[in-house]
Design a protein around this ligand. Structure first.
Ligand SMILES: Cc1cc2nc3c(=O)[nH]c(=O)nc-3n(C[C@H](O)[C@H](O)[C@H](O)COP(=O)(O)OP(=O)(O)OC[C@H]3O[C@@H](n4cnc5c(N)ncnc54)[C@H](O)[C@@H]3O)c2cc1C
Length: 440
C-alpha cells in the first residue's frame, strides 16, 4: 500500500449535498454509497484517514459471516462477573459513577436473554452477508484486491466444555446461512500444516474473510477520492448551528459548511458529537488491544479465533496480529501491560510452539458499542437532515459496507434493501432526546 496523502491546509471548498463526519470504515462506506447514488459528498476526519486514532486502524479485520453473535447473550453477566476478578481476563469494567455507563449496562443486562440474542444474531448475520457481497464486488478491482482475502477461518477450542458449546452453536449458525462445520484433528492439521494447535477441537467457516487493516482503509479512501468524494483530513467538527428541525451549519476547525444532509459516523465519538445536537446515543467505548509481531515461521496461514480466550489471530503477510480484550473504561487510551500479557498468554496456550521473535506494534482502539450490538443506522428522529451511522461495535469492518448502503438509501428516500427498524437511532430514548422533545 502506498503512503497517506499529505494533509491539506486549504480551507473547505464547497457545501456538499452530504457531509459525513468521521473517516473510519463506517464513514467511508457511507460516502461510497452516497456517491454511487449521485450525491456530492465531503468526509471530514479529525486525524489522518487510516491513522491510529481510529478504531479502523489496528483491528483484526475479520469480515464475512463469522462473528455475528451479539455481546449480550444469556450467561454473559455471570461470566463477566467472574472475569472482573482477573486482571488478565478478556473483559473488564472500570468501576465509576457514570450515569451513561450505568444506563448502558442496564440495557445490556436486559438484552442478555435467549430471544433477543437470537434476534440480534439473525439481523447481524444478514448484514454481514450483504456486506461480504459488497466487499467481494468492490475488491475485485485492482486497487483493493490485495487488501481482501477470503480463505476461510478456524475457530479453535482449548477446553472440552468450550468445544461442546461451539458444536452446539453449529445448527443455529447453519440455519442462518453460516457455513460452519466441525473439523476433525486430521483436517485441522491439513488446513494448518505449519502451526501446532494444542486444542480439544475446532470449527471451520469456509466463508471466513479478512481485510488488511489499515491498508484497506487507506486504499479505499484513495478510491473514493478518485470517485469525486472530498476527504478532508485533520479537520474536526466542533459544533453545529440549528434552526428548528434543520442542521443549518456545521462548524469545523477549517471553517463552516452548509451541507444539505449530515451523517454522524464518528465511531465512539459519535455520542459526543450527537450530544451537541441534543441527540442521545446509548453508546460506550469498549477498549480493545492488538499486538502485531513479525510473522513467525510456524504461524497459522488463516485467521483464527482462539475461542475461550476471546483472542483473534490475523496473518498479515510479513506480520501476524493478535487482537482481544474488551474494557469498559471510558475514553482512557492507556495500554494495560497486564491485559496485553493476557492476550499473549492466551496465544501461547493455544499455540505453544509459536516462535514470536519481535513485537512490532501494540495498539489500543475504542469499539463503539451499543447494548444490543446492533448499530445505530438511520435518521436522527427529531431532525429533517441529520442521520447517524455508528455503534458497529466489535464487528464494524464486517457491517460497514451494508450499513453505508442503508444510510444512502434512507437519505435518498429509496426503499431500503434491509428492514431499518432494528437499527433505529432513537430506540433507547435518552435524556438528551427527551429534553429535545420537551423543548419543541
Ligand atoms: C482489538 C480490536 C479488534 C477488532 N477486530 C475486528 C474484526 O476482526 N472485525 C470487525 O468487523 N471489527 C473489528 N473490530 C471493530 C472495528 O474496528 C470497529 O467496529 C470499526 O473500526 C468502527 O469503525 P467506525 O468508522 O465506526 O469508527 P472509527 O474507525 O473509530 O472512525 C471514527 C472516526 O471519526 C473521527 N472523528 C471523531 N470525532 C470527530 C469529529 N468531531 N470530527 C471529525 N472526525 C471525527 C475519528 O478520528 C475516527 O477516525 C475490532 C476492534 C478492536 C478494538
Amino acid at each position: 500500500m502506498s503512503a497517506m496523502p499529505p494533509p491539506s491546509a486549504e480551507p473547505l471548498r464547497h457545501d456538499p449535498d452530504v457531509l459525513v463526519i468521521g473517516g473510519g470504515i463506517v464513514g467511508l462506506f457511507c460516502a461510497y454509497h452516497l456517491r454511487l447514488g449521485g450525491s456530492s459528498v465531503t468526509v471530514v476526519e479529525r486525524g489522518p484517514v487510516g491513522g491510529p486514532q481510529s478504531c479502523s486502524y489496528g483491528n483484526t479485520g475479520f469480515v464475512g459471516t463469522h462473528g455475528a453473535a451479539p455481546l449480550a447473550e444469556p450467561g454473559v453477566p455471570a461470566q463477566g462477573l467472574r472475569w472482573l476478578l482477573n486482571p488478565e481476563s478478556p473483559f473488564s469494567i472500570r468501576p465509576r459513577w457514570d450515569g451513561e455507563l450505568l444506563r448502558w449496562l442496564w440495557h445490556f443486562r436486559r438484552a442478555c436473554n435467549d430471544e433477543d440474542a437470537k434476534a440480534a444474531f439473525r439481523v447481524l448475520v444478514d448484514m454481514k452477508k450483504r456486506s461480504l457481497e459488497i466487499l467481494r464486488e468492490l475488491c475485485a478491482s485492482d486497487g483493493l484486491a490485495s487488501a481482501f482475502t477470503a480463505q476461510g477461518m478456524v475457530l479453535a477450542f482449548r477446553t472440552p466444555e468450550g468445544f461442546e458449546k461451539g458444536c452446539r452453536s453449529v445448527p443455529q449458525a447453519v440455519e442462518n446461512g453460516v457455513p460452519l462445520r466441525v473439523l476433525g484433528p486430521g483436517e485441522l492439521r491439513a488446513l494448518e500444516p505449519d502451526a501446532e494447535f494444542d486444542v480439544c477441537g475446532a470449527l471451520y467457516n469456509e466463508e471466513g474473510a479478512y481485510l488488511q487493516v489499515p491498508g484497506f482503509v487507506v486504499e479505499f479512501a484513495r478510491m473514493l477520492r478518485g470517485m469525486g468524494v472530498e476527504i478532508r483530513e485533520r479537520t474536526e467538527v466542533v459544533g453545529f448551528e440549528v434552526a428548528g428541525r434543520t442542521v443549518e451549519r456545521v462548524r469545523t476547525t477549517r471553517g463552516d459548511l452548509r451541507p444539505h444532509e449530515t451523517v454522524i459516523a464518528a465511531g465512539t465519538w459519535s455520542a459526543e458529537c450527537a450530544r451537541k445536537l441534543d441527540v442521545g446515543l446509548t453508546l460506550q467505548p469498549a477498549k480493545g488491544y492488538s499486538v502485531t509481531v513479525k510473522a513467525p515461521r510456524n504461524a497459522p496461514r488463516r485467521p483464527a479465533l482462539l475461542s475461550e480466550g476471546k483472542v483473534a489471530l490475523m496473518p498479515l503477510g510479513e506480520r501476524l496480529r493478535f487482537g482481544g480484550t474488551l474494557e469498559l473504561s471510558g475514553m482512557d487510551d492507556t495500554i494495560s501491560r497486564r491485559r496485553v500479557e493476557g492476550i499473549l498468554r492466551t496465544v501461547r496456550s493455544y499455540l505453544p510452539e509459536l516462535e514470536i521473535t519481535e513485537t512490532l506494534e501494540t495498539w489500543s482502539g475504542f469499539r463503539p458499542c451499543t447494548p444490543d450490538s446492533l448499530p445505530f443506522v438511520g435518521r436522527a428522529e427529531h431532525y429533517r437532515n441529520l442521520s447517524v451511522a455508528c455503534g458497529h461495535g466489535h464487528i464494524g469492518m464486517g457491517l460497514a459496507p451494508a450499513g453505508g448502503r442503508l444510510i444512502a438509501q434512507i437519505i435518498a428516500g429509496e426503499q431500503p434493501d434491509m428492514d431499518p427498524a432494528p437499527f433505529r437511532v432513537g430506540r433507547y430514548g435518552g435524556r438528551a432526546a427527551r429534553r429535545l422533545r420537551l423543548r419543541r
